[in-house]
Design a protein around this ligand. Structure first.
Ligand code: MG
Length: 371
């Protein structure tokens, strides 16, 4: 196939409830939906998970639009793409901008699998038809609120709880949850809010049988994490620090982590997601798929990714109703009563994208890029 056109939709969707992490609070979720057209007029969908501002990473909605609009056509025009795994290398000259690359690459995967009449997870090499869903809970107004929110998600069937932590909202939060729920699968995510000088906090957290602690230190660090790993029992999981296969290889060489939270957007798409999952498997390390508050399009990409061999822990992939009143796909993603999400055995991502709703209700800006 050859790409003939890319449509970008800058969408703004109101979250059901504000989502707070150690780096800030979101009330609206910004993102860029991607629609790729091949030379026969067939289309595929993807999602660029960059935020409005450079808070999680340096990429933003505007940098993603700039890079896709102004540089992708130079590298993709008239290029024959036989398989989506070739796509990442076509963009090799562009350094970084992984979220922009991933959103378009995912749309190429969706298009490719639809053209082959095959579900995306099968095209990827997935090995399961259900994935284990976990939920990520932001910082709440009070500890009591937090314990109540945890209870409400356990009732909905989620099998693993992750809470966001920051200095002053860490040991106290974990202690309160453990008092109420001593045996649940529980993990914490610091989003890089600490330094090695906070060792006492980490040592206290060691007492609560946490599944893992995610990205405790600097957002692109590997060396300090390796040092911390020697001092604590709780396994370290890296998120922000792993932006490429090379980073994953380095992290394992240094022993910076035992587990990787793979986000397709952060690493540049599904090809690299597969490679990191394969590496984790080979090295006997853990892996799971993390989310970025995706709409039903990106959520479907996450579900497909979580079927890969090498994914060994519950994923941060919740139902559509976790974040949004309504989704932009039909049917929305639903968590089964056993805490799993079923893959769709339909071509591509396996959902109907509600194009009119995207255009009329949620798009702030629509950009057409003709090749
Ligand atoms: Mg994280």
């Amino acid at each position: 196939m050859k790409i003939s056109k890319i449509m970008l939709y800058h969408v703004v969707m109101k979250l059901k409830a504000p989502f707070e992490t150690s780096f800030g609070k979101s009330v609206y979720r910004h993102g860029v939906l991607v629609q790729v057209f091949d030379d026969e007029g067939n289309t595929g969908w993807g999602e660029i998970v960059a935020d409005e501002g450079p808070w999680y990473s340096y990429e933003t909605v505007e940098t993603a639009i700039h890079v896709v609009r102004d540089f992708f056509p130079l590298l993709l025009k008239d290029k024959e793409i036989n398989h989506p795994e070739e796509f990442f290398d076509l963009l090799q000259r562009i350094r970084g901008h992984n979220m922009a690359k991933a959103g378009v690459e995912e749309a190429v995967w969706d298009l490719y699998s639809k053209n082959n009449n095959e579900p995306l997870y099968k095209a990827l090499g997935g090995i399961r038809d259900k994935i284990v869903s976990g939920v990520s809970i932001g910082i709440q107004p009070t500890i009591n609120d937090l314990v109540k929110v945890v209870g409400s998600y356990l009732e909905k069937g989620y099998k693993r709880i992750k809470i966001k932590i920051k200095p002053g909202w860490d040991v106290n939060a974990v202690e309160a949850i453990r008092k109420e729920y001593p045996d649940i699968l529980l993990q914490v995510d610091a989003n890089a809010a600490y330094t090695l000088s906070d060792i006492e906090v980490f040592k206290k957290l060691d007492n609560y049988n946490l599944l893992m602690i995610e990205q405790p230190l600097e957002w692109d660090d590997l060396v300090d994490h390796a040092e911390l790993a020697k001092m604590i029992k709780t396994p370290i999981c890296l998120d922000e620090s792993i932006k490429s296969l090379h980073d994953a290889i380095s992290a394992f060489k240094l022993n910076s982590c035992k587990i990787i939270n793979i986000k397709p957007g952060r690493v540049g798409g599904l090809k690299i997601t597969k490679e990191i999952a394969r590496l984790c498997n080979e090295k006997g390390r853990g892996a799971w798929i993390g989310g970025m508050l995706e709409t039903g399009i990106g959520r479907g990409i996450l579900v497909a990714s979580a079927t890969l061999p090498g994914i060994t822990y519950p994923n941060d992939i919740s139902g559509s109703d976790r974040y949004y009143e309504e989704d932009i796909v039909e049917p929305p993603w639903i968590v089964n009563s056993d805490g799993t999400i079923s893959v769709r055995n339909k071509p591509g991502i396996g959902v109907e994208v509600l194009e009119e709703k995207i255009k009329e209700k949620y798009s702030k800006k629509i950009i057409e890029i003709n090749f």
